[in-house]
Design a binder for this molecule. Structure first.
Ligand code: PLP
Length: 372
């Protein structure tokens, strides 16, 4: 099996797994308990929190642990909307968002909030002039991804934060799930930021919401204080410790991994240029881990099946999206429904071998020759 869907999920690093099992075995007590074992668990969490905060360049009290990035996105988007509803009910977002952001926004729309989606330029970046023109005195939230999961476009989050300085009632939520662990990311100017370690060789079932100190939001889960009042429930000491290990490895290996993945991406792009009927939807300056491709005349879902028959895992849109509908991000950059329906995603890792890529390229050539 050749796995080329590292944007959806990554295999857990053995060192992360070891940290998890060690901590789960040794620190089973509830960190919210006042007895000595509980205090020992709490001390582990406090140490780990300060390690994570140092790695990210933030404060330990700005970290909220969740079950994944979907929960972190829901907590930020709904929590900020509810808390700020008296200031306004207008929200700005993009066509590039993961369903955990766009779905939360649809929910809010049904509750009477007004949602505007900012235009996307042909290079996949959000149109900053359009953003400026959409901002209103009652805009309370701007929710954007740092890197989108389908095209891999890197958004100008610093420029967005700069624009929002003139709108002090508008909070900025950044979904950094496809950025953190892969490329440098700055929290400056953001009110909330979501991410999850299973995207960088950590464990599933764990996610993080950074919430700027002083920023207030309504929790999703009510009842009982925990390490934070913003997410009650027993904190998973082992998962938090494992997250710290995954983040530490990702930070120290980031440049080396990035450079290698970039060489893989360049190799695939060069070969794709030689093939007929191919369109590369990812912009040239997207993260090299994500390559969105269309073969005109073959639907994305069919391509995934043809590849699967050959033992190769690729993806159509993000794993959580609705099947048999055109990709919203691909449509936003190409304005071409057929192209959006034909699109699929190849995602690369430092674990991808050059041999695996050659097998993939050969399979693609065969499929195009056979099916068109
Ligand atoms: N946001 C982005 C950009 C993603 O790519 C994903 C997962 O694919 C998520 C959010 C949701 O992450 P999780 O599966 O941890 O809930």
């Amino acid at each position: 099996m050749i796995y080329l869907d590292y944007t959806a999920d990554t295999p857990v690093d053995e060192r992360v797994l070891q940290k998890f099992t060690e901590t789960a075995r040794e620190q089973f007590a509830n960190p919210n308990s006042a007895h000595s074992e509980g205090r020992a668990s709490k001390a582990v969490i406090d140490n780990v929190l300060s390690d994570i905060a140092k790695l990210l360049g933030i404060q330990p009290n700005e970290l909220i642990f969740t079950s994944g990035a979907s929960e972190a996105n829901n907590l930020a988007v709904k929590g900020l909307a509810v808390t700020n509803r008296r200031k306004g009910k207008h929200i700005i977002s993009t066509f590039l968002e993961h369903s955990s952001v766009s779905g939360a926004l649809t929910f809010l729309q049904e509750q009477g909030y007004e949602i505007d989606l900012v235009n996307i330029l042909p290079d996949g970046k959000i149109d900053l002039d359009n953003l400026r023109s959409l901002l209103r005195p009652d805009t309370i939230l701007c929710a954007v991804c740092a890197v989108d999961s389908e095209l891999g476009t890197i958004q100008p989050t610093a420029a967005i934060a700069e624009i929002l300085k003139d709108h002090p009632d508008c909070r900025l939520h950044i979904d950094a799930t496809q950025a953190i662990g892969k490329i440098p990311f700055s929290f400056a100017g953001a009110d909330t930021v979501s991410f999850a370690p299973h995207k960088f060789y950590g464990l599933k079932g764990c996610g993080v919401l950074y919430k700027r100190d002083g920023c207030v939001l309504e929790p999703l889960i009510h009842g009982g204080a925990s390490t934070t009042i913003y997410r009650s429930g027993t904190p998973d000491t082992a998962a938090i410790a494992a997250l710290s290990t995954a983040l530490g490895i990702a930070a120290s290996e980031q440049q080396k991994r990035y450079d290698y993945v970039k060489t893989l991406n360049e190799r695939v792009r060069a070969e794709l240029m030689k093939m007929p009927k191919i369109r590369i939807n990812s912009p040239a300056d997207a993260v090299p881990h994500i390559l969105n491709i269309s073969v005109s005349g073959i639907k994305g879902e069919q391509m995934r099946e043809f590849m699967d028959e050959r033992g190769i895992c690729i993806s159509v849109k993000s794993a959580c999206s609705v099947p048999n509908t055109p990709s919203r991000p691909v449509f936003a950059v190409s304005h071409d429904r057929k192209n959006a329906l034909s699109s699929w995603r190849l995602s690369l890792s430092h674990l991808t071998t050059k041999y695996e890529l050659e097998v993939f390229l050969e399979a693609l050539e065969h499929i195009i020759r056979e099916k068109l």
